[in-house]
Ligand binder design. Structure first.
Ligand code: FE2
Ligand code: FE2
Length: 167
C-alpha cells in the first residue's frame, strides 16, 4: 500500500505523462504539415514513449492497490514558432517533468516508502537521458542554422528512430 498523498502524486504524474504525449503529438503534426517526416517521426516516437511511462505508472498504482483517477488533460500548444522552438519547449517541458519526478522521490524518502522510491529510479535515469538527447538535437540545430541540406540529413537521421520496448 502507498499513502493517499503518494497515490495522488502518482496519479498527477500519470496525467503529466499523458500531457507530454499530447504535447509531442502536437509537435509531430507541426512537422507533418511541413513535410519534415523525420522530425515528425521523432516526436511520434517520443509521444509513444510518454504513453509507455504513463502505463508504467498506471500498472504500479494498480500493483500497490492504489486508486487510479483519470483527470482532465490540459490542451498543449498547437502553434510553434520554428523547429528550434519545438525543441526548446521540449527541453523546458522535460526539465519540469524531471522536477516533478524529484518531488515524488523526495516524498517517497520522507515517507520511508522504499518500494515507490525504487520504482521511481527508472524515471530518474530516463529523465537524464531525455534531457541529454534534446540538448544534443538543439546543438545540432544551432550548427545547421539556415543550411537546408544539413537539415535534410538530420531529418533523414530522425526518420530511423523506432519505439523500443518499455524497459
Ligand atoms: Fe515521461
Ligand atoms: Fe519525457
Amino acid at each position: 500500500m502507498i499513502s493517499k498523498k503518494m497515490e495522488q502524486m502518482l496519479n498527477e504524474q500519470y496525467n503529466k505523462e499523458v500531457y507530454s504525449a499530447h504535447l509531442y503529438l502536437s509537435m509531430c503534426s507541426y512537422f507533418l504539415d511541413r513535410d519534415l517526416d523525420g522530425f515528425a517521426n521523432y516526436f511520434k516516437v517520443q509521444a509513444q514513449e510518454e504513453l509507455q511511462h504513463a502505463e508504467k505508472q498506471f500498472d504500479y498504482l494498480h500493483e500497490v492497490d492504489a486508486k487510479i483517477t483519470m483527470m482532465a488533460i490540459d490542451a498543449p500548444p498547437s502553434e510553434f514558432a520554428s523547429i528550434e522552438d519545438c525543441f526548446e519547449q521540449t527541453l523546458a517541458h522535460e526539465k519540469l517533468v524531471t522536477k516533478s519526478i524529484y518531488t515524488l522521490v523526495k516524498q517517497a524518502l520522507d515517507e520511508g516508502d522504499f518500494a515507490t522510491h525504487t520504482f521511481l529510479q527508472w524515471f530518474v535515469t530516463e529523465q537524464v537521458e531525455e534531457e541529454a538527447t534534446v540538448k544534443n538535437l538543439l546543438m545540432k540545430l544551432k550548427m545547421i542554422g539556415d543550411n537546408s541540406s544539413a537539415l535534410y540529413l538530420l531529418n533523414d537521421e530522425l526518420l530511423k528512430r523506432q519505439l523500443g520496448p518499455a524497459a
